[in-house]
Design a protein around this ligand. Structure first.
Ligand code: 6R9
Length: 654
């Protein structure tokens, strides 16, 4: 295959001495069993990783046409029990979390026993406030220990948590609350970001003006803000937890394997974000098993996944995966560049982190500041590095490998999605050499195939690009879109009937390695976060001066993709910088700062087909400056539109 990069295998012999899975042969054998001997293989794994109150009756039943998937049917278990009670006796003094504040002077060490006690107490608080099994609880908290505490307390009593990332706006909070029908919100006075306070409670207040069905708000005091709570519905976390009548133990609610565990909203190519629903047994098993095997994590090692818990990566690899395994993790509130660009490395050295997992966008932004920041610290504790969220470009990969990984640490480039629950295609450190930019081979139980998305035919030769589908169910997969099962079927199981559609383009090289090309739908990946172009467009057209908007992703040196908006104004409206700022603010207010457009270009007209469809393919090329390569423009209704847009392209100095 052309441009096949060098293979990296410096670590391989060392890892073959210590790794759980020591060779390609061992991997192949386990992989074959995981696909062909489902009942036995997955029973063994479930027995190894999870404790059931009642064992399952059947391992897997499914129908991809109706998208009904059941793993470990008939089983009864509790997620909080599996994260805490299961090992609290043995691990009571073991560190569950090293918490590091945004302010480097603030940190906390939380043991398994302390976490267990807090979760029990908060579960009692939830019960005392009327939360019942199956109720949805919205959690809007920064990266503080109370976030996993609140999630596990929900799980303990059988409530379904819906965590909202702190970077989402009041508008986004309101639409999520309405969508899932939550009556209770857990939040905080404020968070911190690079030394500045963020008024999270204020966002909740604004959201709740549109959510009258919310009758309780529990507020943790973190930023020392002087807030007046509304006594009719708001209570302080610390006051509720101090109630002497609160029981110190709450019995874990017996949950069926397929009872909902959480909802997490994610963007798709159409409409509003979807509430992706994950259930108990399968999800927990997938998170726990990948956490141990992909990072080859040993019980005495310290793990750090830098993702915010507001995303699936934090759910699976800061909360459920590590806790089910009884691992020690770092939980970091701040940002990589505060107080200096070495904050991550300072924490790695301080906590002697063994295995470190972050996103390519972070690596690019750190690399841009120079290796000096890395070299200031002793990173010799690091044994393995990981990436997630987007394809990693070779320059970023080599920088990470060389400066952070000492030309030795394997890099596991893990491809997966909110909907998949856990890692899907990823290297394992002792199985095979690593190729920069490739996520290597499927994890156990994952049966990927690359197809022509229109005909459904399998690609025929190595290196041929197609769309990535998964042929069989795996334990961690999402079970539905909350409240809209039809949307689940339409989005994931209808493109090619009988298969799960990932939305990603991919190819497989002659050695069988998978290479992910990125989304083939109208989803943009901004700094590893998914945004639907339709969402940003809907926000823009809310402005009274805007007639029409088309949004595309364009290559961005740090973010991977940036947001480029073509905006047509109503007749006679002046194209001012002020209006441009107003539109940027409108998007931030409607979705949140993560959706801030990088460029807005005024477009008197948009290129359309004769049937009136916006030609996004052309807009993508224009935004990327690929104007010599506009492709077939014969179907365009008015070709002169394109010339005008090319001339007016907004060039960014990122
Ligand atoms: C876990 C997570 C999912 C989308 C996915 C793909 C992209 C994630 C990747 C990757 C290339 C990797 N993606 N990991 N692309 N290589 N290692 O990121 O979930 O936020 O739902 O995003 O991210 O395009 O479809 P989510």
């Amino acid at each position: 295959m052309e441009n096949t990069p060098k293979w990296y295998d410096a670590h391989l012999q060392d890892y073959r001495k210590v790794a759980y899975i020591k060779s390609k042969e061992e991997y192949d054998e386990l992989y074959n069993r995981s696909i062909n001997d489902i009942d036995r293989f997955w029973s063994e794994q479930a027995d190894k990783y999870l404790t059931f109150e009642k064992r399952w009756d059947s391992v897997l039943k499914y129908d991809f046409n109706t998208a009904d998937i059941e793993w470990f049917g008939g089983g009864i278990l509790n997620a909080s029990y599996n994260c805490l009670d299961k090992h609290v006796d043995k691990l009571k003094n073991k560190v569950a979390y090293y918490w590091e504040g945004d302010n480097p002077a603030e940190s906390k060490v939380v043991t398994y026993l302390e976490l267990y006690n807090e979760v029990n107490k908060f579960a009692a608080v939830l019960l005392a406030n009327g939360v019942k099994k199956g109720d949805r609880v919205i959690i809007y908290l920064p990266m503080i220990v109370e976030l996993p505490v609140a999630m596990l307390a929900c799980a303990r009593i059988g409530a379904v948590h819906g965590v909202i990332f702190g970077g989402f706006s009041a508008e986004s909070i309101a639409s999520r609350i309405q969508d899932c029908g939550a009556k209770i919100v857990v939040t905080v006075d404020g968070g911190f970001r690079a030394g500045k306070p963020l008024p999270l409670k204020k966002n909740v207040d604004e959201a709740l003006t549109r959510c009258p069905e919310v009758t309780k708000v529990i507020v943790f005091k973190h930023a020392g803000m002087d807030l007046k709570l509304d006594p009719s519905k708001e209570i302080w976390w610390h006051e509720a937890m101090a109630d002497p009548n609160l029981p110190s133990y709450v019995k874990p609610e017996p949950m069926s394997s397929e009872d909902p565990l959480f909802i997490l909203y994610t963007s798709g190519s159409t409409g509003k974000p979807k509430g992706v629903l994950h259930t108990h047994a399968g999800y927990l098993l997938h998170a726990a098993m990948t956490n141990r095997l992909v990072f080859d994590l040993k019980d005495d090692e310290t793990f750090w996944c830098t993702a915010d818990i507001g995303w699936i990566t934090g759910h699976s690899y800061t909360v459920y995966g590590p806790l089910i395994n009884g691992f020690t993790s770092v939980l970091f509130e701040g940002v990589p560049n505060y107080p200096g660009w070495d904050r991550y490395w300072e924490i790695v050295a301080k906590r002697k982190v063994d295995k470190f997992y972050t996103a390519p966008t972070v690596i690019r932004s750190l690399a841009r500041e120079g290796a000096g920041w890395v070299e200031k610290h002793d990173l010799s504790s690091l044994k393995l590095l990981g990436t997630v969220g987007e394809p990693i470009n070779p320059e970023a990969w080599r920088w990470y490998y060389h400066y952070v990984g000492r030309d030795w640490c394997p890099i596991v480039d893990t491809w997966w999605q909110t909907e998949t629950g856990g890692q899907m295609i990823t290297p394992l450190p002792a199985v095979a050499p690593i190729k920069p930019g490739s996520c290597s081979f499927p994890f156990f139980g994952i049966d990927p195939v690359i197809l022509d998305p229109d005909t459904g035919e399998e690609v025929k030769y190595p290196g041929q690009e197609g769309a990535l589908f998964i042929r069989k169910p795996w334990p961690g997969m999402a079970r539905t879109v909350f409240g809209d099962h039809q949307r689940f079927i339409d989005t994931y199981f209808s493109r090619i009937p009988g298969m799960y559609f990932t939305g990603d383009g991919a190819k497989q090289d002659e050695d069988g390695y998978f290479w992910i090309a990125g989304r083939i739908d109208d989803v943009i990946n901004v700094s590893g976060h998914r945004l639907g172009t339709a969402e940003v467009e809907s926000a823009l057209v809310l402005h009274p001066d805007v007639a029409e908007a088309a949004v595309v992703g364009f290559p961005h040196p740090i973010k991977g993709q940036g947001i480029y908006a073509f905006v047509t104004l109503n007749q006679g409206v002046a194209k001012t910088d002020e209006l441009r700022k107003g539109l940027v603010n409108l998007v931030r207010q409607q979705i949140g700062p993560i959706a801030t457009p990088d460029a807005i270009q005024w477009a008197d007209a948009l290129p359309k087909t004769r049937s009136g469809k916006i030609m996004r393919r052309l807009l993508r090329k224009i935004s990327a400056g690929q104007i010599d390569d506009l492709g077939d423009t014969t179907t365009i209704a008015d070709p002169s539109v394109v010339d005008t847009l090319v001339k007016g392209r907004v060039v960014l100095n990122a």
